[in-house]
Design a protein around this ligand. Structure first.
Ligand code: XMP
Length: 489
């Protein structure tokens, strides 16, 4: 039998098959409970949640919101390379303790140009450089300095900026604490970082520092910028796409194909490792121990698990391929343990499913439909004229609609031919409008903290360490009656 060696108690099991046996509590308040988790060996998250790389789930706004709340968003790949890379770059620029390449205008620009520039980039202070591309700081034009009356439109920025001689600046390499002290003591909003030649090396703003102070959970890189991931495929332009995404600042790449335990994936992963030896690579999807081991042996830093549990998936209906999600997570963990963190992908319909995934083997959990319908998910809110109920569209990435839209800009006729040769394994649906994703994530954080407190531990890491060797000791299989008692409301 091909699934030899699997504990029979897990076979056919998924989230609604179990309850968790409550343990003696260990904390006064669940708010003290840490949910810190590994995404890969080197990347960790304070909220173990990823938003799915789907065109109805993760664009720029979702990725930004996910990182601000302690998770991470994976920008989908149904886009031309430059547009996907631009989204990554914009998330990296969205907030940062240090803005590394601050936007500049050269001396000689008009106030009209400065106004348009500030509006377009949503910035409240423009660094003025001596000449275009020189990177030599000439002055700072803050919103307060920009005259908004029409009669000033053709005047030059240097007439209104604070010139270099009157600016407070600092050499690069300053700590955040020192920067905050200077900003406070000098009562200034911005601190340009420049070397002895006045060359610009960065910009620190009071707003950014305060922003992060208010968000202790935010997922940040070593430079204080938000974490973001991006998806790639395993054929065609994936190496070129990866190079662009990496130079745009992506912190991890997700090689995402429907059948990750395959030659195509093996070859792609070997190629990626040759080109980008140090890049964090998450690979999937697989649903068996053998699949997880295969990805790890080819060099994956994390393994994405889930074949067919997703709400927009039709794979199981169309092909019969798949493994019930909790069984798949457990099989993968038994095969690779913590050596390649497991990302449970798909099938989460209630918050309890996330906790079950985490204590049965997953280090983090990817959500699609649970985060769709929010303001930050791409797409418009649709209001039903009869009921006035608000909805958004959620769709599988192989649904005909998503496939067609991703090929909208293609110039390669082979792409079109190949796409329409492959029957759809995804579908589109309407989901209720849910408001801000920050509220959804805050609810998930609270429920996870409560679940850890029922597990009698002070942190998710401790709960996993205690439970993972044998989750069945803590799980209660449900009868039909128990399932009705638990879930029917
Ligand atoms: P949930 O249940 O969170 O699932 O909505 C999200 C995951 O579903 C997968 N996905 C697909 N699977 N056909 C599939 O078989 C598709 O068209 C499709 N689109 C997305 C994907 O793994 C995602 O993260």
């Amino acid at each position: 039998m091909k699934s030899k060696g699997i504990d029979r108690r897990w076979v056919g099991k998924t989230f609604d098959d179990f309850l968790f046996r409550p343990q003696r509590g260990a904390v006064q308040s669940r708010r003290q409970i840490s949910l810190s988790a590994h995404l890969t060996d080197r990347l960790s998250l304070e909220l173990p949640i990823l938003s799915a790389n789907m065109d109805s789930v993760t664009g720029m706004s979702m990725a930004e919101a996910m990182a601000l709340e302690g998770g991470i968003g994976i920008i989908h790949r149904g886009l031309p390379i430059d547009r996907q890379a631009e989204k990554v770059a914009r998330v990296k620029r969205a907030h940062g303790a240090v803005i590394e390449n601050p936007l500049c205008l050269p001396k000689g620009s008009t106030i009209r140009e400065a106004r348009a520039f500030a509006l377009r980039h949503k910035i409240t202070g423009i660094l003025i450089e001596e000449s275009e591309g020189s990177g030599i700081l000439a002055g700072l034009l803050s919103n307060r300095d920009i005259p908004w009356l029409g009669e000033y439109s053709e005047r030059l920025v240097e007439e209104f900026m604070t010139p270099f001689e009157h600016l407070h600046t600092h050499p690069p390499g300053i700590s955040y604490e020192d920067a905050e002290r200077i900003l406070f003591e000098k009562r200034i909003e911005r601190l340009p970082l420049v070397d002895e030649q006045r060359k610009i090396h960065g910009l620190i703003t009071r707003k950014d520092l305060l922003f992060f102070r208010d968000r202790p959970f935010a997922s940040k890189d070593t430079k204080g910028r938000l974490l973001v991931g991006a998806a790639i495929g395993a054929r065609g332009d994936f190496v070129e796409r990866s190079a662009e995404l990496i130079s745009a600042g992506a912190d991890c790449l997700v090689i995402d194909i429907a059948h990750g335990h395959s030659q195509v994936m093996g070859r792609a992963l070997d190629t990626m490792r040759r080109h980008f030896p140090d890049m964090a690579l998450i690979c999937g999807n697989v649903a068996t121990g053998a699949g997880a081991r295969f990805l790890k042996e080819h060099g994956a830093d994390a393994v994405k698990v889930g074949v067919g549990p997703g709400r927009g998936c039709r794979t199981r209906l169309e092909t019969a391929a798949g493994v019930p999600q909790l069984q798949a997570i457990r099989e993968a963990w038994c095969a690779v343990g913590e050596s390649a963190p497991i990302i449970a992908d798909g099938g989460v319909s209630d918050d309890k499913d996330i906790f079950l995934a985490l204590i049965c083997g997953a280090s983090t959990v990817m959500l699609g439909s649970a985060l769709s319908g929010t303001d930050e998910a791409p797409g418009q809110v649709i209001e039903d004229p009869a009921t006035h109920l608000k909805k958004k569209i959620y769709r599988g990435m192989t649904s005909p609609q998503a496939v067609f839209e991703s090929l909208y800009d293609t110039e390669n006729p082979d792409d079109l031919e190949q796409a329409f040769e492959t029957p759809a394994e995804g579908q589109e649906m309407q989901v209720p409008y849910k408001g801000s994703v920050a509220d959804v994530l805050s609810r998930i954080r609270g429920h996870l903290q409560s679940a850890v407190s029922y597990a009698g531990e002070r942190s998710l890491a401790k709960a996993r360490a205690k439970i993972l060797p044998d989750p069945m000791e803590y799980l209660i299989p449900l009868s039909e009656a128990a399932r009705r008692e638990s879930y029917e409301r």
